[in-house]
Design a protein around this ligand. Structure first.
Ligand SMILES: C[S@@+](CC[C@H](N)C(=O)[O-])C[C@H]1O[C@@H](n2cnc3c(N)ncnc32)[C@H](O)[C@@H]1O
Length: 297
């Protein structure tokens, strides 16, 4: 499905700035409110990024129609609302740990008329699936925190995911098949650390985990040190950054790739394929010229 951003509006009050984005898919559209990058607190409701468009474009229309859906980390609700509005999902359960995001998603659900379709449950930081114990779903969607984050750094709840950005993904993969219906499907956005050739570290992690998997890779990596540079604006010292980059380099990590993981039950295997669309500037919000947390112009 072709997805188009057709409208942006940012309200003017400085740190209270919010962004409204309208996205069109099929002949329908949806409006989503998020925080603006200028709201640089830990509970920021993640502004929309190119990964959201990548995610919606990658949804399997046939599998999503009439599906019972679990959205892990619903945030502003963009993926759940797309599932209900563009793809006619039957019912979505969204999990969220950030109470600010819960307020925003409630508003977004109402403004898109999906209050009978989407339900929100309080998430569990440690045991991700605990709020839906004993349930199974036709389609699990997740755009979980996946930014490589310096050890011990108090980063955004929506993005902190350990040094290589895989901490939450690993937790999800351990349990996901227990929560998928027999013909269930899952789709997870992730960053893949690796080198200039591909997300080799992520590939290794996936190859070693169970399930039948396809990894779709956006063909435009960002250099790891360039990505980590954002933490300088957030208080990580130049020396700390040098150490982080040196350690990564020693482990063969030089680049980060935006990826979409498709997961089904079945024989353990991994297929890797390039994305058809190439997403530019994918580490920067759609309504910003700079990464989250950096001073917006
Ligand atoms: C990268 S953001 C994605 C938000 C939204 N789905 C989107 O695509 O824009 C990840 C979201 O997961 C939430 N989150 C992190 N850990 C969680 C957990 N254990 N359970 C539920 N939500 C969680 C964060 O608060 C954040 O809203």
């Amino acid at each position: 499905m072709e997805i188009k951003v057709i409208y942006y509006k940012t309200s003017e009050m400085k740190t209270k700035r919010k962004t409204i984005i309208e996205i069109k898919g099929r002949s329908k559209s949806m409006k989503i409110v998020t925080d603006h990058v200028a709201y640089a607190k830990r509970d920021q409701v993640m502004p929309l990024h190119p990964e959201n468009l990548f995610f919606i474009e990658q949804i399997d229309e046939r599998k999503m129609k009439n599906a019972s859906v679990l959205d892990i980390g619903i945030g502003c609700g963009v993926l759940s609302i797309a599932a209900g509005r563009f793809f006619d999902a039957k019912h979505v359960t969204g999990l969220e740990i950030n109470s600010r995001a819960i307020t925003f998603v409630g508003y977004n659900i109402l403004q898109n008329g999906l209050e009978d379709c989407i339900e929100i449950k309080e998430g569990n930081l440690e045991e991700i699936f605990k709020p839906v114990t004993g349930k199974t779903f036709d389609y699990i969607i997740a755009n979980p925190p996946f930014e490589p984050t310096p050890h011990g750094f108090n980063y955004y709840m929506h993005s902190a995911a350990g040094v290589y950005g895989t901490d939450i993904l690993e937790k999800i993969l351990k349990e996901i098949s227990d929560y998928m219906a027999p013909n269930g499907y899952a789709q997870i956005a992730c960053y893949g650390v690796g080198n200039h050739k591909g997300p080799i570290i992520l590939q290794k992690l996936l190859a070693d985990s169970c399930g039948n998997k396809k990894l779709v890779v956006n063909q435009l990596p960002v250099a790891y040190p360039l990505f980590m540079q954002r933490f300088a604006a957030l208080g990580v010292t130049a020396e700390e950054l040098r150490d982080i980059n040196k350690k990564a380099n020693n482990e063969g990590i030089t680049h980060i790739w935006l990826c979409m993981l498709h997961y089904q039950h079945g024989k353990q295997q991994l297929i890797i394929t390039p994305s058809q669309t190439i997403y530019q500037k994918w580490d920067i919000p759609l309504d910003s010229a700079v990464p989250m947390g950096c001073k917006s112009r």
